[in-house]
Structures are given as C-alpha cells and as structure tokens.
Design a protein around this ligand. Structure first.
Ligand SMILES: [Zn+2]
Length: 576
C-alpha cells in the first residue's frame, strides 16, 4: 500500500525520488507510516499526505475544521474509541454513517465502529492531527470528560435507585401532593445533583445558572464571562425534584407552580481550601414546559472594589475620582444591564466610605452587603420605591446617596434636588453613551438648567472579555480593517491585535475574565452652555471629544492595542 502512496506522490511531482528514498529509510528506522515520515522530514504537509491518500484509496477527503459536525452523531461512539483509532463520526444519513478516518487501511477501526453503531460506514479521509484536534473539541477536555462521567454516574444512580419516588403526579383535582414533593426533593441523590450544579458553577466562575425545562429535555446552562453555555442535560423526569429542592433551599413555596417567585439562598462552602460564603438570588418563572429557574451567584470575591483595576484609562479615572470626591453634585453611570455599573458604583462607595461620612443606598436588589453603608432594599409592593426612599434619606442627614436607578421623573427630580442641596448623588441610567444621558433626563421632564447645574459627570461603560494570558498570540489584521474599526492610519501601521488560541486555563475559549470600557464625560463650562441652549447629543459628543473625552470605542481600541481584548469584542460592544 505504502508503495502506491509513494508512486502517487512521485507521479504528481509532490516529492522527488530522493525524498521518497530518504522517507522510506526514515520509516525503516523509526517505524510508522510513510506519510508520517514524509511529514516528519518536512517534505510534505499533513494536508498533502491526506490528499494523496484520498487518491490512493479512492475516497473523498474533508477539511474537518470547515466541516459542520453534528454533536448528536459524535456521541454515537465513545471518546476512547475515537481517540484510539483516530476517527470521528460526522453525519448520519439513514443507516449509513460518514466517518472521518486518518488511515483507511485500518480495518479494525472500521469494524469496531460498524459493530458498535450497527451502521454502514462511509469513510472519508482527514489528517490525524485534524481528527485528534476535532476529538478534543467535540468531546471536550479531559476535565470535561471526567466531569461528564461524574454527572452520568450520579444520574444513573438516580435512575436506578429512586426513579419511582421522584416521579411526581398530580392527583385528580390537579393539586400537588406536598408530601411527595418534599420527599422527592429530600432524596439524597437530588441533593447531591443540585449541590453539584452549584459547586460546578462556582468552580467555573459562572455568574448565573439557568435550569430550563423544554418539551423533551431539561437543560442546565451557566453564564461565564457574559456568555451562556450548556453544561448538562439531566433527565427530564428529575425536573420536578430539582425544582423542589431549589425552592426548599430558597425558602419558596414548593406547591406554587403558576406564579413567579423570588428568593435567596445563602451557602457556606469550601472552595480552593478556603471557607467562603455564597449568596444566590433565585428567580422562578413558569414557562410553557415547567418552571425555569435562574440563580445569580453573588460572590463578594468577584466584586472588584479597587477602582484602578476596573479598566479605566488613567485620564478617565482621574476625572471620575475628582467628581466623586466633590461634596455635592450628581455622578451618573450608564450602560445596559450586565455592563458592570453596580461594580463601578460599589467601588466608588468603598472609596468614599469613612467614619465621618453618612452613606445611604436605595437598591433593588441589594447585591452585596458593604460594612458601614446604610443599604435599603426597595419593596415596590408596599410602596417603597426609589423616589420614596430618596425622600426619607433626605431626613437622615446623608452625605452621599446612591440610587439604584433613575427611570422616572419623580426619582430624577428628587435626586437632582438632593444633588443641588449639598449631597453627592450616585446613580445609573439605561443609556447607550454618556452624551445621550443628558437628553434622556430632559425627556423625563427635567429642565435643562437643572440638568446642567446638578450633573457633574457621566460615565458610560461596557464589559468586554479579556484575552486569556496563558494562550495569547498575535492576531494580525490589515491596516484597512484597523482603520475601519477606528484606529488612525499611523496607529494602523503599528498596532498588533491579539487573541487567545484556547487552552486548558480558559476552557478553550481564548478568553478569561472581563475588563471594562469607559467613556467619561465631564460637564465642563462649555458643555454646560451647550446643554442650556438645548444642544443635541451629537453636538455634546463632538465638544466632549474635542475636550479630550475617550469614547467607549476608543477605550476599547486602547485595550486592543495593549493586548487586553480582541478587536471582535470591541466591535461587538461599541459603536464608532
Ligand atoms: Zn487560554
């Protein structure tokens, strides 16, 4: 066979006769296949060998990295078999299975897969390195595999031991048998599974856990660094037991299945040898196929109170700190949900927290408890909203007031009044950038002169993912691409973007952690004049840039240049 491979390569002038002889010698002394010898000696690439082999065996070759692989089909054979034979199942059509294989002469591989799947095998050729890489990608890392095994064992134990008792039925009137629900939720394996889900989320640094019932399956997803990813699919029949267990932990009503519920779980656990307390905010919402649960992990250690580490450019940070250390005026932090506004506000407060200062906060919800701060949880049901809390705060002799969010005229009006009467007011608004915040306040009904005199600074922000420092590599882009993204022509000539190649540290994603982008707009005398004459957000933006404001996009580009994040992240999160 190998003689024929040599012939094909010679005939197509891929190699010289001398190279073939050297490779055959190499093969004799080192063993292995002729193709490998040719690659090892540097005469050919893996791709060339694959093409030649495809010609030799008369089967097609594929480029796996460009081939859409069906995850359900991959699971037809276990990872051990795929690794041993260097094969990967690609597509199933009726009773035949397309199988990527690196050595079509390996009849054992073809037999094993055929025996296991009972399908007719259609081999296609791919290089061994490509297949091994694809196996890693599709079956996950060793850690993932071990994790999956652990879950499978847990679930199979549940299946065998307690399947009957976790099957929950409604009685004839459609009411639930409470005793059954409680018993099911107290079954040790259910407890272990739920604990496992919580622990695993902590270990992986997730910010949220989603448990979602669908018509035919049940899905658990984690949000890690801002993106959701599927982590497991427990059997659908465990749905009710899992939900009940979490409801019990969160002290919610396990019999109530028609209305949304909110609760909280406090957990003490050991993580990396340290005792730590974890706070979970639990939300239960009835969906079409059962109750969906979302748990937000409030981990104090993830809260970064050191303002210099959040990602502010030095000149922006200086302006921001100057504003929060003034004894009065309003400082607004804006951005969409999940852009890190709370973190910025908490770190501001942590800096201002002194014995001689009375700090009051109105929050919905109180996410983290900070010592020495008077934090008040809003309760809409009893009329304790932001406006009502603010009004009471003014009678509590405050120096600094934090209002969770300004979303209506009433709150805005009292906040401005507080800022104009000798208090520092910190708050957030849902706006896209710093300049448009001014028009948002006016649209709520606030007079321009009140906005102009009370607001001292506006900080818009976003979070982007940080490139994993363990697998960071240069990722060159053409000067035109860089210029289109907002770099100046001079910068585009020298800037070198980076990306993460993917490694064990970052779970193959190339990113680990996040960093903020900040646009800090000071209300200078010129800007104040513009506000008073009713200038548009665009005019305000131009003036602010002229006065040195770093925009969100610019803040991102600076971090692309320093290799902190990728161009894609910045383009996705900001506008030019
Ligand atoms: Zn990495």
């Amino acid at each position: 066979m190998s003689g024929r491979l040599g012939e094909i390569l010679l005939r197509e002038s891929r190699i010289s006769l001398q190279q073939l002889q050297l490779a055959l010698e190499h093969q004799r002394s080192h063993g292995g296949k002729l193709g490998e010898a040719l690659v090892n000696l540097g005469f050919l690439t893996h791709e060339h060998v694959t093409e030649a082999l495809a010609a030799q065996y008369g089967i097609p070759s594929v480029k796996l990295s460009e081939f859409p692989v069906d995850p359900a089909v991959v699971k037809l054979i276990p990872m051990e078999m795929a690794t041993k034979h260097h094969v990967l199942p690609l597509v199933r059509t009726g009773s035949s299975l397309t199988l990527a294989i690196s050595d079509p002469s390996n009849v054992f591989a073809l037999d094993d897969v055929k025996f296991l799947t009972g399908l007719h095998i259609e081999p296609v050729l791919a290089s061994e390195t490509e297949i091994d890489q694809a196996i890693k990608n599709h079956y996950g890392t060793a850690e993932d595999v071990a994790r999956k095994k652990e879950i499978d064992e847990l679930v199979s134990f549940l299946d065998e031991g307690t399947a009957e008792s976790v099957e929950l039925d409604e009685d004839e009137e459609g009411t639930l048998n409470l005793a059954d629900l409680e018993r099911a939720a107290e079954e040790a394996p259910v407890i272990r599974l739920v604990n496992y889900i919580l622990m695993d989320a902590v270990k992986r640094g997730a910010s949220d856990i989603h448990l979602e019932p669908y018509e035919k399956d049940y899905r658990v997803r984690y949000r890690i660094d801002g993106l959701l990813q599927s982590v497991m699919n427990p059997p659908l029949k465990l749905r009710d037991a899992i939900i009940s267990r979490i409801k019990i932990m969160a002290r919610l009503d396990i019999a109530e299945k028609r209305l949304p519920q909110d609760g909280r779980i406090m957990l003490k656990l050991m993580h990396q040898g340290k005792r730590k307390q974890l706070d979970l905010r639990v939300s239960v919402l009835p969906t079409l196929h059962g109750e969906k649960i979302v748990m937000r992990l409030l981990d104090k250690e993830n809260l970064r109170l050191d303002m210099t580490k959040l990602g502010f450019e030095p000149e922006s940070l200086e302006k921001f700190q100057k504003a929060i250390f003034k004894p009065y005026g309003m400082v607004l932090v804006t951005g969409p949900t999940g852009s890190g506004k709370t973190n910025t506000l908490y770190s501001s407060i942590a800096q201002l927290n002194k014995e001689d200062t009375n700090i009051m906060t109105a929050e919905d919800p109180v996410e983290f408890q900070l010592p020495g701060i008077n934090q008040v949880q809003m309760k809409e049901q009893i009329g304790l909203n932001f406006a009502a809390a603010l009004r009471s705060f003014l009678r509590q002799d405050p120096n600094i007031i934090l209002v969770g969010e300004i979303r209506d005229f009433e709150t805005a009006e009292i906040a401005i009044k507080a800022a104009l009467t000798g208090h520092l007011v910190l708050s957030t608004l849902h706006t896209n950038d710093a300049p448009s915040t001014i028009s948002r306040l006016m649209n709520m009904g606030i007079e321009p002169f009140l906005v102009a005199t009370s607001v001292h600074l506006i900080c818009a922000q976003r979070l982007v993912r940080r490139i994993c420092s363990d697998c960071k590599i240069p990722d060159p882009a053409s000067p035109q691409v860089l210029i289109d993204a907002g770099f100046t022509p001079e910068e585009a000539r020298t800037a070198m973007p980076y990306k993460g190649k993917g490694c064990n540290t970052c779970g193959g994603r190339g990113y680990k952690g996040r960093v903020g982008l900040y646009e800090v707009m000071e209300i200078t005398d010129e800007i104040r004049d513009l506000i008073l004459v009713g200038a548009s957000a665009l005019e305000l933006k131009r003036k602010a840039i002229e006065q040195g404001m770093i925009t969100l996009r610019r803040s991102g580009l600076i971090k692309v240049k320093s290799g902190m994040t990728t161009l894609e992240e910045v383009i996705r999160e900001t506008v030019l």
